[in-house]
Design a protein around this ligand. Sequence first.
Ligand code: SF4
Length: 184
Amino acid sequence: MSRYGATKPTEYLTVDPRFPFPHTSEPTRCQVTPQIFDYARGDRSTGGEEVEQRLEQARKACTGCPVAAACLRWALVNHPAARLGVWAATTPRERTQLRKRISDRLGPDWINVLADQDQARREQAATARHNPLTVTQARIVRLDREVNGPMPRPLTPGEQQRNRELLLAGVRSPYPAKKFAEAS
Ligand code: SF4
């Protein structure tokens, strides 16, 4: 199995350029030992004990990886390039479930929503480098709670739009983290 970071980027013609693979100063475990991340389609029924052991090894390696969150984002967005194997401790099946959940929450064009969020974050960082993104981080944590919290019913398009607006508002808000916490 080849890994994005361990091979020529041009081998992956289907990656979304708005979501670059996270950079690391040291090679990640999946670049050093890509074979343990080879997990076919992620269906346990197709693998034996050896496959299960490799899966656990890969999960442990990802747990300590400094770019795990960005790696998961990349793998979710770039499904064609990351359709197989373990990425950020997730199997293909788990990533499919995550994509559906995010789509339910943000709408079918959720990838564009995330790209807009990234763009807004970059713009804010460029104009306010002296002020760390504490508010953004707090709002992203809140969004994460919303995304991963229980969803008793499918959201309406209006509710999805509200989530999108909250997402972008969280990135752009000038309020300090304390105020955000008080408002939450
Ligand atoms: S989280 Fe796992 S799959 Fe992603 S870069 Fe790190 S070691 Fe590789």
